[in-house]
Design a protein around this ligand. Structure first.
Ligand SMILES: C[S@@+](CC[C@H](N)C(=O)[O-])C[C@H]1O[C@@H](n2cnc3c(N)ncnc32)[C@H](O)[C@@H]1O
Length: 216
């Protein structure tokens, strides 16, 4: 899978490539490329944004700048999905993550300041995705969230098959995973549930499934 990220803060994507799950799949199941809009802007002085028509606070990411960035990389619009990250988009949930992880390639567009010129959303993007009903300062954290969640679903990303037994998975009927405990068995009087120390794997599994919570 190929993921291309367009951003004004390329350095935001450095650490994640050195950590699992990305580190495990990079160069194998995943190719990640990060592009800075400023490197291909047709405007002078590496300008990428402008004042909003009609007035108001903040700067808006220009449509010609994003088009130039896409032209430079794809020679136009790519065949694959181009996702504008925006608080007004479709909410990212596990079903959408699974859908994205099955794609051969994705492009993630992030903005800062006041956001995208609407023509970027209308004409250069195929999807708009939000990571939640709140406003962040830029699309980098949302892009990292998409990247991490998608990378977890790629073959070899996780050490064990723990991805099959996670919150929202079929094993838990789309519900939230049961709690986990590790050593010590008692800490400040807080005991680990006895059943987990019993060695009775069938009973442990029954207990775990009884602790799966449905998503409300
Ligand atoms: C400060 S926000 C712009 C907010 C915009 N003016 C509004 O009121 O909806 C700057 C950029 O951060 C990104 N962003 C902020 N919150 C986001 C969220 N919840 N999900 C996805 N992207 C988000 C988007 O790329 C957005 O254009």
């Amino acid at each position: 899978m190929l993921v291309d990220v367009f951003t004004l803060v390329p350095e935001a994507f450095e650490w994640i490539t050195r950590r699992r799950p990305l580190a495990a799949v990079l160069g194998d199941e995943l190719e990640l490329r990060v592009f800075n809009y400023r490197d291909t802007t047709p405007l002078g002085a590496r300008q990428v944004d402008d004042e909003p028509y009609g007035g108001g606070a903040g700067m808006v990411l220009r449509v010609d700048v994003v088009a130039a960035a896409l032209d430079a990389v794809y020679g136009g619009l790519p065949e694959h999905r181009v996702i504008a990250l925006s608080p007004g988009g479709r909410g990212l949930d596990q079903a959408l993550v699974e859908e994205l992880a099955a794609e051969p390639a994705l492009t993630l567009l992030s903005a800062r300041f006041e956001g995208f010129d609407q023509r970027i959303v209308d004409h250069l993007s195929t999807d708009v995705i939000s990571i939640g009903p709140y406003v962040l300062s830029g699309g980098e954290v949302p892009a990292l969230a998409v990247l991490d969640a998608v990378a977890r679903r790629l073959p070899g990303a996780l050490r064990e098959e723990s991805g099959e037994r996670e919150s929202f998975s079929e094993v838990f009927d789309g519900g939230l995973e049961h709690p986990h405990y590790t050593r010590p068995a008692e800490f400040r009087g807080w005991r680990v549930p006895e059943i987990l120390l019993s060695g009775d794997h069938a009973e442990i599994e029954r207990w775990r499934m009884s602790r799966v919570r449905s998503v409300t």
